[in-house]
Design a protein around this ligand. Structure first.
Ligand code: HEC
Length: 445
């Protein structure tokens, strides 16, 4: 008994050393980045914003600087030197940010699909973007000007990575291939990998002669760049693979998957150095190593987590998922809300960092009028009062029809009864402002 509890205490203590949570986003964290020069961190979220976090230990309670400018979910973010950053989002745009003021400097447009990933060249002169329009974009990092489209993939491009000399770009695609491109000519060099299933993520370590990738089918492979041969196949029964990160000293490769696990490989022999569950539910969307060897991950729970280098994965205060009763116990209207709205909207009146405005007090309220929420011009100008009719119409014809230019994503609820049930649920759930629901607040720390 004594032995067990002291072992447990020791486990908790070691796990706590260096464990840190970056909490405050109002939606899943889709992208993370670390700056080895000064220890600052960046997070890109489904809540449309980017968080810029001070180095750990400097001021633990300092709130991040919130970078607001994307008109839809932000998927990926990267440092551009110490004073700038670049991000890409579901709004088809990249934004170059001034990290001192938090303001957007350049909006890089031209993609005709969402921007899934961004990368900065090692010489910091170029930005690459992976677009679901099947193209990779190459941009001038100082002016934001488009330099070239790299076209050849037959479907969405999911990830981009530069060679160490900034001369070659590697791209991974849903079409099942990884290709390489000569940047100076803007032309394809060759197909590096034919995986068959969609490739979601890749890491290139050309100094050591290999690249690693993760696929939709769970495929996790290391390829010798010169020969194209498989150096190691570390595929487990988990899928999809969503994120990869190489430690700064290049000795560790971390692999994040759709089941919430992080596997850490030793790059000297490709054995598994560590494997732990990082999320109670849901995917590990993003990974990056901090210069102190800790691993930063982002996922469904609206926060990013720094994991200590070694030790147990028993984590004190592991983020609680928003608590919902099992859907089978809910009435249809509540189920509609939980499934289709709650990821972006709270039912309370307090400001949240979720993508959409809080819906508390919705009935009888004019569109676009919650103070402190950054509406699109379209919604601010809309001449609508929210009530049975207008909310029903919003999901019968869709936000793009009822409020053209709105930044609420296109969605319709086709079954009339589902709309009636949803409206009835919303009327009661939003009428008492005191029932500000707990799941919109993540409790900080
Ligand atoms: C992916 C995120 C997302 C989802 C999912 C979503 N919304 Fe929204 N919603 C938004 C955003 C963003 C806005 C603000 C739009 C703007 O400013 O153009 C918004 C605006 C609204 C508004 C107008 C509020 C106001 O203050 O004028 C209502 C009503 C609304 N949503 C209801 C819903 C309901 C009901 C659902 C589920 C069926 C839902 N939304 C699903 C993101 C979302």
């Amino acid at each position: 008994m004594f032995a067990l509890s002291s072992l447990l205490a020791a486990t908790l203590a070691s796990a706590n050393g260096g464990y840190e949570r970056l909490a405050g986003h109002g939606g899943p964290v889709m992208g993370v980045a670390t700056n080895p020069d000064n220890g600052t961190r960046l997070t890109a979220s489904f809540d449309y914003s980017i968080g810029y976090w001070p180095a750990s230990g400097t001021n633990h309670n300092a709130a991040p600087l919130w970078l607001e400018g994307h008109r839809a979910a932000a998927n990926s973010v990267a440092f551009l030197g110490n004073h700038h950053a670049v991000s890409g989002g579901d709004d088809y745009a990249l934004i170059i940010w001034d990290l001192q003021t938090g303001q957007p400097l350049h909006r890089l447009q031209g993609h005709q699909g969402k921007v899934q990933s961004v990368a900065v060249s090692p010489d910091a002169r170029l930005i690459a973007s992976a677009g679901w329009d099947g193209r990779a974009g190459l941009w001038d990092a100082s002016t934001g000007q488009l330099l070239n489209w790299l076209q050849g993939h037959t479907s969405a491009v999911n990830d981009v990575a530069f060679s160490s000399d900034s001369a070659i770009l590697y791209t991974a695609s849903t079409d099942g291939t990884i290709r390489s491109w000569t940047i100076a000519e803007g032309s394809q060099r060759r197909v590096e990998v034919k995986h068959g299933f969609g490739v979601n993520t890749l890491v290139v370590n050309d100094a050591a002669g290999w690249l690693a990738y993760g696929g939709l089918d769970g495929g996790t492979r290391i390829i010798d760049i010169a020969s194209g041969n498989v150096v190691a196949d570390v595929t487990l029964d988990r899928r999809p693979i969503l994120s990869l990160a190489l430690s700064n000293d290049k000795t560790r490769l971390a692999v994040g998957d759709g089941d919430g696990y992080i596997m850490v490989l030793d790059t000297s022999d490709w054995t598994i150095a560590r494997d732990f569950r990082a999320a109670k539910s849901g995917p590990v969307w993003a990974l990056a190593y901090a210069s102190d060897g800790r691993l930063l991950s982002g996922g469904l729970d609206r926060s990013a987590t720094l994991w200590p280098q070694e030790g147990s994965a028993v984590v004190p205060g592991m983020a609680q998922q928003p608590f919902h009763r099992p859907p089978s116990e809910m009435q249809n209207g509540e189920r509609q809300f939980v499934r289709k709205c709650s990821i972006c909207h709270s039912l309370g009146t307090d400001p949240t960092r979720q993508a959409g405005p809080p819906l508390g007090g919705l009935f009888g309220r004019a569109a676009g009028t919650v103070s402190g929420y950054n509406y699109s011009p379209a919604l601010r100008k809309a001449d609508l009062i929210w009530g049975d009719e207008t909310i029903d119409a919003l999901f019968r014809v869709g936000p793009d029809e009822l409020t053209p230019g709105s930044k609420m994503p296109m969605q319709r609820i086709t079954a009339a009864q589902d709309r009636v049930d949803l409206v009835n649920y919303l009327r009661s759930a939003t009428s008492d402002p005191k029932t500000s629901d707990p799941k919109t607040r993540d409790g900080g720390n």
